[in-house]
Design a protein around this ligand. Structure first.
Ligand code: PLP
Length: 402
């Protein structure tokens, strides 16, 4: 019934799209302007400059009016040629989808990873990448593609270590990284980590609705794009880079989402990236303490790569995670992320990203705890109390308003 809306705020605790703050919604409601007029150029120049701070790059960042999937396609078609071999690493569902796209585009992906479902509980293993590249004496592999924050599992891989693995093998392959769900929530360093193309999206840490996505480039990626022959038109970087020099696009950009992006960047850079990351780390730690107190397992089995963006909560054998999510949605008006692909039904995902604070998280965990109990899941202890104790003690040294 679309006419009925429950009172209070819907809790959108999926790992993206994340809740859009009122301030951003209001900014997006400004009237759409002439995308070739002078005011627009100023907006374009501002967002194109400020977004670089978030990627930690001095190189061009392309902004597409498209979802993240479009920016995935752009990264591949701008840098590669038909039949090129690409080394892709299976961290979960999104890595798998990117591999399927590579196949559809006429590339030859080699998909490596840990056996069985082990790879869906751990991060990228740089030694496997290094070994494969060392064996590639003919230098047939043109790119290494990895997902930084695997949204389907809640694992944040070590991209600097992947860079070191490529360098240790002395291999010239490009490094393409998906941080669609990591950007502006987890620390990310495009230039320092030597990433050639970073792919990201608007609807996660940037707190925007879906609809814009990014390619951050490197000089090596731009050079590769001059020789790469996969067909591309809309996604082609060169015309966009040219038009972007003055703050414009070669086609009609997503004006109102760019108003939102400008506002989001003011908020994120105003809070300070390090503070944003520390807040995400704190909320993620509180969530994990809740899961452990419940006596349940976390999908990510390696504490060194826990995601600050989301936490996957594995259900005890015989419990359908989607039935638990349904109860929580129907009784408490909260949406949690479903398990995707190979692990469907086995766990649910709690998003704690973007416009989220201690009290938002406490309400989220309370909804989970009540829903788990209603679903008949026996819990060892209160996760709400465990999380609250942790956040209360963190608050002793942590002040929102100095
Ligand atoms: N990659 C990752 C890691 C994602 O989380 C998503 C979406 O959730 C995508 C790719 C696909 O992006 P989109 O759904 O915006 O096309």
């Amino acid at each position: 019934n679309l006419d009925f809306h429950p009172s209070g705020r819907h809790f959108l605790q999926i790992p993206g799209p994340s809740p859009v703050p009122d301030r951003i919604l209001r900014a997006m409601s400004y009237p759409t302007i002439d995308h070739r007029g002078p005011e627009f150029g100023a907006l374009g120049r501002k967002v194109l400059a400020d977004i670089k701070e978030v990627f930690k790059t001095e190189q061009p960042v392309i902004i597409y009016p498209a979802s993240g999937t479009g920016a995935w396609e752009a990264a591949l078609t701008n840098t590669l040629s038909p039949g090129d071999t690409v080394l892709m690493y299976e961290t979960g569902h999104f890595a798998t989808l990117w591999k399927k796209m590579a196949e559809a585009l006429g590339l030859k992906p080699e998909f490596i990873g840990l056996p069985g479902l082990e790879g869906w509980r751990r991060g990228v293993q740089p030694d496997m990448i290094e070994a494969r590249l060392r064996a590639d004496t003919a230098r047939g592999i043109k790119a290494v593609c990895v997902v930084h924050n695997e949204t389907s599992t809640g694992v944040t891989s070590d991209i600097a270590a992947v860079r070191r693995a490529i360098d240790a093998a002395g291999h010239p392959a490009l490094l393409l990284v998906d941080t669609i769900s990591g950007l502006a929530s987890a620390d990310y360093r495009h230039d320092e980590w030597g990433v050639d193309v970073t792919v990201s999206g608007s609807q996660k840490g940037l707190m925007l609705p879906p609809g814009i996505s990014f390619n951050a480039l490197s000089p090596k990626a731009i050079e590769a794009s001059r020789h790469a022959t996969l067909p591309r038109a809309f996604w082609g970087w060169s015309e966009i880079i040219e038009a972007n020099k003055n703050g414009y696009w070669p086609y009609t950009p997503n004006t109102n989402l760019l108003y939102g992006l400008s506002e989001a960047l003011d908020m994120i850079l105003g809070e300070g990236l390090d503070n944003v990351f520390a807040r995400h780390d704190r909320l993620a730690e509180a969530t994990r303490r809740a899961v452990r107190a419940w006596g349940l397992q976390i999908q990510c089995a390696d504490p060194s790569v826990y995601s600050p963006v989301l936490t996957g909560v594995i259900m005890p054998a015989g419990v359908d995670a989607d039935a638990v999510r349904k109860i929580i949605y129907e009784k408490f008006d909260m949406s949690l992320g479903q398990a995707l692909g190979k692990i469907r039904g086995t766990m649910f995902r709690i998003g704690h990203l973007g416009d989220c604070n201690d009290l938002t998280l406490m309400a989220t965990l309370a909804g989970c705890e009540m829903g788990l109990k209603l679903a008949g899941v026996s819990l060892e202890a209160s996760g709400v109390v465990a999380a609250m104790d942790y956040l209360a003690s963190a608050a002793r040294t942590n002040t929102l308003r100095a």
